[in-house]
Write a protein that binds this ligand. Sequence first.
Ligand code: 13P
Ligand code: SF4
Length: 364
Amino acid sequence: MQVMQPARLPHHYREMSSAEKEARIREAKAFFGNDLLIPGHHYQREDVIQFADFTGDSLQLAQLCGQTSSANIVFCGVHFMAETADMLTSREQHVILPDLAAGCSMADMASIAQTERAWEALTERFGDTILPLTYVNSTAEIKAFCGRHGGACVTSSNAKNMVQWAFAQKPRVMFLPDQHLGRNTAFALGIPLEKMAVWNPHTHELELPPGANIEEIIVILWKGHCSVHEKFTVEQIKNVRDRSPHTQVIVHPECTHEVVQAADKAGSTHYIIETLKQAEPGTSWAIGTEMNLVNRLAKQHPDKQVFSLHSTMCLCLTMNRIDLDHLAWSLDLLREGKRQFEITVAEDVAEEARTALARMLATV
Ligand code: 13P
Ligand code: SF4
C-alpha cells in the first residue's frame, strides 16, 4: 500500500453530481465491508453523516476507536479526533482524514512549546502541586505532555469526573486548551471563580481575577476557546426569554461561563441529544451548539420546537471541510490502494499520549 503526499481535490469531484458521489461512497462501503469503518462526529454535515457507521461525541468516538478491528478508519470529524483514533488502534489499522484541512482552531491555541514554557513558569511558582488535564480537543503532543506529567485527557462528557480525579492527585489543576470548559466544570464542582486564573500563552502571564490571592489559585485555565461556541451570548438568551418565556435554553460547556450560567442546562453534544430525546412533545428548545447538530435535532423532533440560540450562527467551518467530495475522493483512492491523508502519530508521542487517554478511559 502506497502512502500518499497531500494533494488537492481533483476538479472533477466538484463537477460530479451528488448522486454519483453518493453511489461511489456506497460502492466503497460494499467493497470493503468490515474492513472499513466510518465514524462521524455529531457536528458533521447531513450529506456526510448519512454514511457514518457510528455517530457520537468525542468520548464515544474515542471509545469506539479503542474497540474496532476494522483495517481502515475513514474519520469524519477533525484532525485531533483522527489522531486519537490512530493512537487507540493497532499499527495494522489505518486512520484517514478525508480532508487534511479539517483541523480545530481551539486545538491550535496550545502548542507544545508554549505549554512547556508555561509549565516551567508555573511549577517554579507553585512547585510540584499541579496536575495537567487536556481537553481531547488538543494535539497529540499536548496529550503526551499530560501523560508525561501524571495527567489525563478529558472530554465534555466526563470533564467533571476527570477534574475530581485530578484533585485527588494534586492540589492544583492546569486545564488546556479550553478555558471555558475548564471554568464551567470547576465552577460546577463548587470552586469559586476567585480560585481560578488564566494562563496567557502570548504574554506569558497568569491573569488573576480582581482581588484574588495567588496562593489560593487552584485552577489554572489555558487561554483558549472554541470560536463557534464563544459566539453565543447572554444577550441572545435574554432575547429568547423575552420572546418565548416557555423556551428552555441548553448550551454546550464550551460556551462562556456567563452563557452557561444564564442557560437552563449545559452539557456535551451527547447530553444535548439525550435531553432532547427525553423532552416532552410540545416543549421548546433554544440550543447553543454547532448548527449541523441543531438542524438535525430540529428534523428529528418535529413534535418539539427546536432552534439555534444564535439565529445566524455559523457552522464549525473545519468540521464542514469533510464533504461528499472529499469522502468520495478518499474512498476512491483507498479502493485503488492509496491512503490519502493518513493520520499517523509518532510512536514516542503516541505512547505518552495513550497514557493520558488510558487514564481518562479507565476513569469514565
Ligand atoms: P463533544 O463531542 O465532546 O461534545 O465536543 C464538541 C466539540 O466541539 C467537538 O469538537
Ligand atoms: Fe474545534 Fe469548536 Fe469546531 Fe469543536 S466546534 S472542532 S472545538 S472549532
